[in-house]
Design a protein around this ligand. Structure first.
Ligand code: GUN
Length: 294
C-alpha cells in the first residue's frame, strides 16, 4: 500500500498545535504573534498566496496583516517600509511576496529584512547559518515544511540516502543543507542533482527519499525510482486541461500514476508540499515570537 503524504492533513494537525501554543502565551498575558506580508502590485498568484497566508495566521491566532503597495512603488520607498517594520517590536515576522516588479531588486529587498524577522528564511544570514549547521537561524519555509510533513507521517531520514533534484536558493539547496545537518531531523546522506547532472537516473534510482523541485511536469517516471522509495514532489506547473472550467490544472514534476505502485509514500500535487510551505512559515513565526520570551 502506498502512503499518500497529504499536506492538508499534516498542516491541519501542526497548525492545531501552533494554535494551542499561542493560546497558552495569550493566557499568560502576552500579545499574539504578528506576521506582516508585503504585496506589491496585482499579480494574481501572489494575491492568492498572500490571502492564504493571512487566513492561516487567523486560524492559529496570529495577527496576520497584508500591506499592499502599487506596482509603481520605488525601491527606496519599499526599503523604507521594511525598515519601519524592522524597528517595530510588535511585529515578529515579515515576508515580501515575490516576484517583485522589475525595477525593484529582489536581492536588495530580501537582504533588507531583519534576519530575526525573516520568516521565509531567505536572508544571507539565515542561509549562512543553515550552511554552517547552526541551530539558531530561521529555516527556509518550504524545506522546513517538507521536513514537518515527513515527520508527521513517521518518515525517518537519519542515515538515509536522499537525492534532491534542483539547486534553487528557495528549495533544493537549502533542502540539501537541512537534511544533511548534524541536527534533529537531519543526518541524512544527501546528493544534490540539477539540470546539468549527467546520468540523472543513476542517482534517482539510488534514492531512499527523492525530493524533486525541477519545474518539469511529469519528468520523474517509474523507471527512475527505487522500489519502496519515498517521493516528495515540489513541482507545481500549470498545464492545459480542457476538462477544467479554468482550462488548467497543477501538475507536479513526478508522473504520479506511473510511480504510484512502485513507491512506499508520495506527496500529491496539489495538496502535498503546497500547504506545508505556509505551515513552515507559521512555525518560523511562532519560533521567532517564542524566542523573545526566553
Ligand atoms: N513567491 C513564491 N513563493 C514564495 C515564498 O515562499 N515566499 C515569498 N516571499 N514569495 C514567494
Amino acid at each position: 500500500m502506498t502512503l499518500i503524504l497529504d499536506g492538508t492533513i499534516a498542516a491541519a494537525s501542526i497548525r492545531m498545535h501552533i494554535a494551542t501554543d499561542v493560546a497558552e502565551y495569550k493566557k499568560k498575558g502576552h500579545r499574539p504573534p504578528c506576521l506582516i506580508a508585503i504585496l506589491v502590485g496585482e499579480d494574481g498568484a501572489s494575491m492568492t498566496y498572500v490571502g492564504a497566508k493571512k487566513i492561516a495566521c487567523e486560524e492559529v491566532g496570529f495577527i496576520g496583516e497584508v500591506r499592499r503597495f502599487g506596482a509603481d512603488i520605488s525601491e527606496t520607498e519599499l526599503i523604507n517600509e521594511i525598515q519601519k517594520i524592522n524597528l517595530d517590536d510588535s511585529i515578529d515576522g515579515l515576508i515580501v511576496q515575490l516576484p517583485l516588479p522589475k525595477h525593484i531588486s529582489e536581492e536588495k529587498i530580501t537582504q533588507t529584512i531583519l534576519p530575526q524577522k525573516d520568516v521565509d528564511g531567505f536572508h544571507d544570514i539565515n542561509m549562512g547559518k543553515l550552511a554552517k549547521g547552526a541551530a539558531d537561524g530561521v529555516k527556509p519555509a518550504t524545506p522546513y515544511g517538507i521536513t514537518l510533513l515527513m515527520k508527521h507521517y513517521g518518515i525517518d531520514v537519519y542515515g538515509k540516502h536522499i537525492v534532491v533534484i534542483g539547486r534553487s536558493n528557495i528549495v533544493g539547496r537549502p533542502m540539501s543543507m537541512l537534511l544533511s545537518a548534524a541536527a534533529p531531523y537531519g543526518n541524512a546522506t544527501v546528493t544534490l542533482c540539477h539540470s546539468r547532472t549527467k546520468e540523472l537516473s543513476s542517482f534517482t534510482k539510488m534514492a531512499d527519499i527523492l525530493v524533486v523541485a525541477l519545474g518539469k511536469p511529469g519528468f520523474i517516471t517509474a523507471e527512475m525510482v527505487k522500489d519502496g522509495a519515498v517521493i516528495i514532489d515540489v513541482g507545481t506547473t500549470r498545464v492545459v486541461d480542457a476538462s477544467r472550467k479554468s482550462g488548467w490544472r497543477l501538475q507536479g514534476d513526478v508522473d504520479f500514476d506511473s510511480v504510484f505502485d512502485k513507491v512506499s509514500a508520495i506527496t500529491p500535487v496539489p495538496k502535498g508540499v503546497g500547504p506545508m510551505t505556509i505551515t513552515g512559515l507559521m512555525m518560523n513565526t511562532l519560533e521567532v515570537y517564542k524566542a523573545k520570551f526566553v
